[in-house]
Design a protein around this ligand. Structure first.
Ligand code: ATP
Length: 374
């Protein structure tokens, strides 16, 4: 049994820049954790620290009960697949796959040949064993890198954006190849990507990083339904969450979110968590699938949770359609923009948009923490 334990890991580069800032998480035996976040947030640095390619400034990395901070990369028994595949151009496919086995030693020639062939068959490159990497397509080179990782019995598997050089179709196939590798090895795996949908598709759990810090770790469902802060709420989910500036207001025992474009009654079950925030500005988050016109709504739609307005336009976008709704609240007119999937037949009509209030998100404006799940 091996787990990866990362405790208070800090990396300060020679120029003083902090790449990873007191990050702690663990990857259980057999677990696949996807590490996501925007460019420069510290994903690759975290992976390189685990692999031993960079020394940590402080903090601890353990594989099971073995502290590995001071162990050389080759003695950590880590298999790593990189974005550029890192296949050796002067070696054949077969030699590339065998490389890790030879470098580590302890394998007989027959064992190496058997493992190379088995790994090559698994990734459908057994007919290419004598070729050099320059005679391969990008997808084939990437499979060589995967075959090299699977040929070995590493304790830990690390992937650094291994699919980013592949087109969409190959990427889909390659994701399945990576899952196959993981199914077979069942070792703790960390997979770096900047693509949240890839992370959602692959990871048992997802760790979201921003500016060197770990913002939240959990299952895709956890991060989607219970984001701890505004950043995670916005980063996870496509189309992304709708966000509105608003204010928490109270009327007797009821608490409302007043966003100008709409005012909705919040569930009584929220009161304990949000009561102290009444009178303060908030950000309100609503996932596109938590808004429906009443006849489609899978939840009760009432006056208290409905936004009424005229649907002016639906604009297709890469991440889903964007609807522009003219709303009237009190004596004020607004055009509100929602990311939501609606049929074009609604254009020009007055529609009520019901909100599934149990699924609404409320964030403190200053700290950006969720009032409900932070
Ligand atoms: P990307 O998705 O763009 O690959 P990333 O999340 O993997 O980004 P890292 O490569 O880990 O980010 O970099 C984290 C931060 O540390 C960045 O601001 C980067 O500029 C900085 N950094 C990385 N390597 C070094 C280095 N050797 N010296 C100084 N700063 C570095």
């Amino acid at each position: 049994m091996t787990e990866i334990f990362v405790r208070q890991l800090l990396k300060r580069f020679d120029n003083g820049k902090i790449g990873v800032n007191e990050v702690s998480f663990e990857v259980n035996d057999g677990e696949f954790v996807a590490l996501v976040g925007p460019s420069g947030c510290g994903k690759t640095t975290t992976l390189r620290l685990i692999a031993g390619l960079e020394p940590a400034t402080s903090g601890e990395i353990r594989f099971g009960d073995r502290r590995v901070n001071d162990i050389r990369p080759r003695d950590r028994n880590v298999a790593m697949v990189f974005q550029d595949y890192a296949v050796f151009p002067h070696l054949t496919v077969s030699e590339n796959i065998a490389y890790g086995l030879r470098a580590r030693g302890g394998y007989t020639r027959e064992d190496i040949n058997g493992r190379v062939l088995k790994a090559a068959k698994m990734f459908r490159i057994d007919s290419l064993l004598k070729r050099k990497p320059r005679q391969l397509s990008g997808g084939e080179r990437q499979r060589v890198a995967l075959a090299r990782a699977v040929a070995r019995d590493a304790d830990v598997y690390l992937f650094d954006e291994p699919l980013s050089n592949l087109d969409a179709q190959l990427r889909h196939q390659a994701r399945e190849d990576i899952m196959m590798l993981h199914e077979q090895k069942r070792k703790p795996t960390v997979y770096v990507t900047h693509d949240q949908s890839e992370a959602m598709a692959l990871g048992n759990r997802i760790a979201v990083m921003r500016a060197g810090k770990l913002e939240q770790i959990g299952t895709g469902q956890d991060l989607y339904s219970r984001p701890a802060n505004l950043f995670v709420a916005f980063f996870i989910g496509a189309p992304s969450i709708n966000l509105f500036d608003g204010m928490l207001i109270a009327d007797g025992t009821s608490i409302y979110a007043d966003c100008g474009v709409f005012k909705v009654l919040l569930p009584g079950s929220f009161t304990q968590k949000i009561g102290a925030h009444v009178g303060k500005p908030i950000k309100v988050g609503i996932r596109p699938e938590d808004m429906h016109v009443p006849k489609q709504a899978p939840f009760d739609v009432t006056e208290d949770n409905t936004i009424k307005g005229i649907l002016n336009e639906i604009e297709p976008s890469a991440t889903g359609s964007i609807a522009y709704l003219s709303t009237v609240e009190g004596d004020r007119d607004y055009v509100a923009t929602f990311r939501i999937r609606l049929p074009a037949s609604y254009i020009g009509k007055e529609i009520p948009l019901g909100i599934n209030m149990e699924k609404i998100h409320l964030f403190d404006v200053e700290s950006e923490r969720s009032l409900l799940y932070g």
